[in-house]
Design a protein around this ligand. Structure first.
Ligand code: UD1
Length: 370
């Protein structure tokens, strides 16, 4: 009899993290009956459908269409709708990647029905409980049976929290995903740079979507002012997350196209986003995944946050943490023209795995389910 594995995903980074696992199961593990549930946390085509297409993820068996809402509303609605699906489908294992509300809802709903949970990207800690993701990842880890850790550091975080069994150091599936995407990135890069009118290594890529950076109008105004300053020296390409778009709109910035010297573009798909990052001079971000992707491309990163769940990226100042928006322009100026920094970054070893994380994860799942 086949083992039933249910994968619960719903937000942009989860599509990327799970794509290599899905591919591994479909191509090599006929003993697993894989079903995908999409919670509907992300629903705009450029936040969801494009990733299914680019990453060749099969369509989910069901979309719960939960959509946006406050944390409690969104998480509760997901749990309520998931519970019915879990009772009906009775999977042998529920897999949840990452640290979004979808991750937590999937883990809680399954654990309460005594269905074992596998957490992909277990053990990350920023030790900052003001971030919803930190709450999600801690709680998810603590109701998981299988904890797939991407790095040594993540494994030791789990050991410190008392986990004695169930922790598997596999490497990070985002490395697998990035390697698989490279041929497509290489094919697409020239066209994207031409379309946006920028040259390799001669623009700053910006992605900002954390509530702590974009939800407070005065802080967002300061960030915007800083980006305008940066744009007087180097072109700025800013793919705008829908949360950020709505906040920029609220403070009137989207209504001033003539004064706009920052190139605000729609959220990019996976291949486009990697192509932009690979060719950028440096990245300014508050995303976790992009700090890591910058490290893998050896692109200097500036993170607008007081902490990171990826401390490995801080080595040799490959990634710098800043909190004050006034530091953005001077830090970009420091990083953008520092050839020695680039040399140092190029020599750093990759602590995120060898691109075979998905194979390890699926092998472990198969063994455990037997
Ligand atoms: C979520 C995750 C975050 C992840 C990010 C990646 C949580 C708590 N946060 O943040 O960890 O880094 O996804 O993108 O799970 N919206 C749309 N269209 C969409 C989706 C969202 O317009 O398809 C808008 C809505 O106004 C919504 C807002 O974006 O209220 C925020 O969406 P939400 O999923 O709640 O959180 P993210 O900021 O996307």
């Amino acid at each position: 009899m086949k083992h039933r594995l249910l994968l619960v995903i719903g937000a942009r980074p989860q599509f990327i993290k799970s794509a290599p696992i899905i591919k591994e199961i479909i191509t090599k593990h006929g003993s697993i009956d894989l079903r995908i549930i999409h919670t509907g946390q992300h629903y705009d085509p450029e936040m969801s459908a494009i990733f299914f297409k680019e990453l060749r993820i099969p369509q989910p068996c069901v979309n719960l269409h939960v959509g946006s809402g406050s944390h409690a509303t969104q998480t509760a609605l997901m749990m309520q709708r998931l519970e019915g699906e879990l009772i009906r489908r009775r999977p042998d294992l529920v897999m949840v990647p990452g640290d979004t509300n979808t991750t937590l809802a999937g883990a809680l709903a399954a654990a309460k029905l005594n269905i074992p949970v596998a957490h992909v990207e277990a053990g990350l800690r920023s030790y900052d409980l003001s971030m919803p993701e930190e709450i999600n990842r801690r709680l998810t880890d603590h109701c998981s049976t299988l904890l797939f850790s991407p790095t040594r550091n993540a494994s030791s975080n789990l050991r410190r929290e008392g986990f004695k069994t169930g922790v598997y150091l596999t490497g990070d599936t985002m490395v697998d995903a990035l390697r698989a995407a490279m041929p497509f990135v290489e094919k697409a890069e020239t066209a994207i740079l031409n379309r946006l009118g920028v040259e390799p290594a001669n623009f700053v890529l910006v992605t900002l979507h954390r509530p702590s950076n974009v939800d407070n109008p005065s802080r967002l105004g300061l960030v915007h002012r800083a980006l305008r300053k940066v744009a007087t020296k180097l072109p700025v390409i800013f793919p705008v997350h829908p949360r950020t778009r709505s906040r920029l709109n609220q403070i009137g910035i989207l209504r001033q196209p003539k004064r706009r010297i920052i190139n605000l573009v729609a959220p990019q798909g996976y291949v486009e986003s990697l192509a932009l990052l690979k060719n950028s001079n440096c990245l300014l971000t508050d995303s976790g995944g992009m700090q890591k992707e910058a490290f893998l491309f050896k692109v200097p990163c500036i993170t607008l946050r007081p902490n990171t769940e990826w401390p490995e990226t801080l080595k040799a100042q490959a990634n710098r943490l800043i909190t004050d928006p006034k530091r953005i322009a001077p830090t970009v100026a420091e990083v953008a023209f520092d050839a020695i920094l680039r040399l140092r970054i190029r020599q750093l070893k990759n602590p995120f795995g060898d691109g075979r994380a998905a194979a390890r994860i699926v092998r472990t799942v198969t063994n455990v389910l037997k």
